[in-house]
Design a protein around this ligand. Structure first.
Ligand code: C5P
Length: 308
């Protein structure tokens, strides 16, 4: 089957996918590597907070992106870079038009951009039945960013290396984390600068992630104090707005509060909905951007087609 044939097969069709955010339950930084990246152990979970991506094949040698946040348009966007990498790898003789509707906060520690890139790769592979192996897709994803490979599958995963070595975990989600309340402080944080500001005191041996993995696999109870993020100390110190927001969450009744990724988004977890809604309400009243969400495993049904 030739690539040209594939383009005809789906010509004029638009396919659609949800692109989910993630949180890091643990993020253990082990050490700085000689390539400038940091060696990590992290457990990530996709959550029910998502962007929407629509892709249409066009008979042109171009990739065009229209984003609901115009400042994210352009060739630097990971979605465009992901599609270009795929087109180049397969020598695709056609282009794509992409609409991206953003709901995931940007540069927030929730993996929005990485998720968009991985979702578009999965979407194109499945919808246009592209002749590319899972390994090749993983390779393209890892070249785009450390978090991108995780989002090819999503769900619950134990991630090593710089974050790109993925072991999916069976999703036995703990009852103590049924409801996840996220607060996005009104600032953006540069991941590179957060990693740069780490000190050797922030490094750990990875036991937070290993212990949590065991608890999740053996389905033993997970307590909020079993979570950890090595980047949290530095972010709270460097960004007083984040420290203040964390205090506010604790005062409002959040049992424990953790940073997701390199932040600035903070999250807390509840077993039951009622206290989660009360804390959400109180934080909204105080003017914060909050999201009440839950863990989700992306499904094949998250991809669908419209004929034009
Ligand atoms: O891989 P990604 O482009 O998402 O990483 C952004 C920046 O975060 C890197 O340039 C690097 O400075 C830092 N980083 C790191 N160690 C990791 C992941 C990211 O130092 N494991």
């Amino acid at each position: 089957m030739t690539n040209t044939h594939l383009s005809e097969q789906r010509a004029g069709q638009t396919c659609f996918a949800r692109s989910y955010a993630k949180i890091n339950l643990t993020l253990d930084v082990l050490r700085r590597r000689s390539d400038g990246f940091h060696e990590l152990l992290t457990i990530m979970q996709t959550i029910d907070l998502y962007d929407t991506i629509c892709v249409t094949a066009i008979a042109e040698d171009a990739v065009r992106l229209t984003c609901s946040r115009p400042e994210l348009n352009g060739d630097d966007n990971l979605v465009v870079r992901a599609i270009q990498a795929l087109r180049q790898r397969l020598a695709l003789p056609y282009g794509f038009e992409v609409e991206l509707y953003k709901q995931i906060p940007v540069a927030a520690g929730l993996g929005g951009g990485s998720s968009n890139a991985a979702t578009v790769l999965t979407l194109l592979q499945r919808a246009w039945q592209l002749p590319i192996s899972a390994e090749e897709l993983h390779e393209i994803a890892a070249a785009l960013g450390s978090d991108v490979p995780f989002f090819l599958e999503g769900g619950l995963a134990y991630c090593e290396g710089r974050g790109e070595v993925i072991t999916p975990l069976t999703p036995h989600w703990p009852a103590s984390m049924r409801w996840l309340l996220l607060l996005k402080p009104a600032i953006s944080v540069s991941t590179a600068s957060v990693f740069r500001n780490l000190t050797p005191d922030d490094y750990c041996d990875g036991s937070w992630s290993r212990k949590l993995r065991t608890a999740l696999e053996q389905q033993t109870p997970v307590r909020p104090e079993d979570l950890h993020n090595s980047l949290q100390r530095g972010v709270l110190e460097q960004y007083p707005e984040v420290a203040r927001a964390r205090e506010e969450m604790l005062r409002a009744g959040a049992p424990h509060v953790y940073l997701s990724g390199s932040g600035p988004t903070l999250f807390t977890a509840f077993t039951t909905l009622d206290p989660a809604v009360r804390v959400q309400h109180q934080l909204r009243e105080a003017g914060y951007e909050v999201y009440l969400t839950r863990a989700i495993h992306p499904q094949h049904e998250d991809i669908s087609f419209f004929s034009s």
